[in-house]
Write a protein that binds this ligand. Sequence first.
Ligand code: GLV
Ligand code: GLV
Length: 323
Amino acid sequence: MKPRILVTRPIPDAGLKLLRKDKRITVDVYENDKIIPRKELLKRAKGATAILSILTDKMDKELFDAAGPSLKMIANYAVGFDNVDLKEAARRGITVTNTPGTEIAETVAEHTIAMIFALAHRLVEADRFARAGKYVGWGPQMLLGTDVVGKTLGIVGSGLIGMDLVERMFDGFGVKIVYTDVKRNEKIEKDELAEFLTLDELLKRSDFVSIHVPLLPTTRHLIGAKQLRMMKKTSFLINTSRGPVVDEAALIAALQKKQIAGAGIDVYEFEPKIPLALRKLDNVVITPHTASATIETRQAMSRRAAENIVAFLDGKVPPNAVK
Ligand code: GLV
Ligand code: GLV
């Protein structure tokens, strides 16, 4: 029997085409465009050699047990990999890959930029206002926003996404960029693109704070009540990384108290739950984890996930092996 590759959800077809062309394997795609029920996932995993998983699939001990010793690889269709138990995978010799790259970095950076401008210009609020038929005459003080030009953008995390944001915001929009990371970014420092600050200092000085770190034990609740108190009253927080990096209850409280001016949120602490209290606020722009949702990027991620699988079958170290 040929090795079977389980794909847990239909994905854009670039990678699937690649896999289906490979005569060494059979490709088993879960047919429904919805999250595969856990029971079904455990059943279908049995005997699979590799699983192309999406970020809502928990790849944990139970799953590895259900799959059995045939399972050698998890190709996660995401940049994030907090849904995969890396330690347990390593213990069992299961290779794990993700799908980072310039495509997804550019797309998430664009979504972040869209949020920065949407917040500053109160775009979503103005749209709701106009749709509701509330525009009854022009007013000099109606729906006043704030300029982005001349402001300070604070970037937390200077990986591919943070770095792309630095490069795209540098020069074009007249913002000052500051950043923080666990270590200094050589390219940013060499080209003097942004000033390095501690997180506390960045929070105090930035008008827009955007988070681009992975979810790790050390980044869980990186932004909590204390950090939100350090931010300016006029500042905005943008999170397109992972929900639990921000203490969601503390963020909602800070927004309700107008301790910060607003937030652009794409990811939630208990996804897919978006708290009603957050949905009720006017000063937020919320998107349902769609920061990477462009056709180009979702195809690129599909190709990358498949290329990682093919490399693995070739006996090579896959290009996006997660360590
Ligand atoms: C999406 O959230 C991803 O990690 O790719
Ligand atoms: C993702 O690609 C990152 O490194 O930020």
